[in-house]
Design a protein around this ligand. Structure first.
Ligand code: F6P
Length: 356
């Protein structure tokens, strides 16, 4: 908006994402009232999970139909702010109807291929890291195992970053399906033997066991439980519905061998789950996200002024650059060569090994 005002361009806000675009829900955006938007969290435009392409036969026809809204709403260009779902719709509109769209990557999940970081991510990492730091107080006092469920749908960025940051003792992410026996039970046993009295497990809401472990080690869920999960409006399985942190509590409570190990080492066997959930999409953004949001906004407006559409703005290293939407909206996951994976494994292992 700063750049738009400077260039003499009038801004209109579309309310509730794609829903508002389809239903003509708009508000004027007055720069005098909104010149410090980067300092507050959330969005004054509201948001919704609406997929205009859901169930349509011809994406081309639908894209053209939606693109006609530009004239109806009296807008020349549209800056779409969101994650893979929101920007995926923008990509289809550009591809099939040559719509004048520019993407701006915003999601706490950081799972967009076209940028190193999305804005919102680091604020959520900080919230989750602080929450796990704080939970050690009660975990230590009560000598408990805390299984903390961290948002992130099907990518593990939020969990691995906040888990490493807060020094979590076990970190479970969707990219590396876990073995209950090897990655949880065995580690807890080794930690208890090494003298640890409390444990924090950072568990992504999208973490799930590998097929062998699911069959062999689990008593309370099966493959069918996972297959039957509901799907969201974009067709993604709603993994949080599984409530993996509670599943783990139930499974661990069924393990007499683990209980005995704790008791032999003079520690009570008590396990609790905490779902951080929407507390991670809350509060004030940290400075990194405020500045990244402003930098993205500036770059997005420059694309509009140049009439360079079908692109998204992107952070590569410390440089703001642009990326074709169709490449950029693809999902990004942690890969085995990522140094955070190595750090996670070292953090977990070295703790108990160093005390033996
Ligand atoms: O914004 C993405 C995300 O934060 C995911 O990490 C999480 O699974 C999902 O949103 C929760 O969505 P909702 O608020 O619609 O339940």
């Amino acid at each position: 908006m700063l750049k738009a005002f400077d260039a003499g361009v009038e801004c209109v806000g579309i309310l509730k994402g794609w829903k508002g675009f389809l239903e003509n829900l708009t508000i004027p955006l007055n720069i005098a009232e909104h010149d410090d938007l980067h300092t507050i969290g959330g969005t004054i435009l509201y948001t919704s999970r609406t997929n205009p392409f859901k169930g349509v036969e011809s994406k081309e026809e639908k894209a053209k139909e939606i693109a006609a809204k530009f004239d109806e709403l009296g807008i020349d260009a549209l800056i779409c702010i969101g994650g893979d779902d929101t920007l995926g719709v923008a990509d289809l509109m550009y591809k099939h109807a040559n719509a004048k769209v520019v993407g701006c990557p915003k999601t706490i999940d950081n799972d967009l291929a076209g940028t190193h970081y999305t804005f919102g991510f680091w604020s959520a990492v900080q919230l989750a890291s602080d929450a796990m730091d704080n939970l050690t107080t009660t975990a230590r006092s009560h000598q408990r195992v805390f299984i903390v469920e961290v948002m992130g749908r099907d990518a593990g960025f939020l969990t691995i970053y906040s888990g490493i940051s807060s020094g979590a003792d076990i970190i479970l992410i969707p990219e590396t399906p876990f073995s209950l026996e090897r990655d949880v039970i065995e580690v807890l046993k080794k930690r208890v033997k090494a003298g640890y009295k409390y444990h924090i497990i950072a568990c992504s809401e999208g973490a799930y066991p590998d097929k062998d472990s699911l069959k062999r080690d689990f008593k309370t869920i099966t493959q069918e439980t996972i297959d039957k999960l509901p799907k969201d409006t974009f067709g993604n399985p709603v993994l949080p519905a599984l409530n993996m942190s509670q599943v783990l509590v139930d499974e661990l409570n069924l393990r007499d061998d683990l209980k005995e190990e704790f008791q032999e080492n003079g520690v009570d066997f008590e396990i609790r789950s905490v779902v951080l959930g929407h507390t991670m999409r809350a509060g004030h953004p940290i400075s990194f996200d405020r500045i990244l949001g402003l930098r993205f906004g500036l770059a997005a407006m420059k694309l509009v002024l140049k009439e360079d559409f079908g692109k998204m703005v992107s952070l590569q290293g410390n440089q703001i650059t642009t990326f074709p939407l169709d490449e950029g909206v693809k999902k990004k996951y942690l890969t085995p060569d990522n140094d955070k994976m190595e750090l996670r494994d070292l953090l977990v292992k070295i703790r108990y090994l160093s005390k033996q």
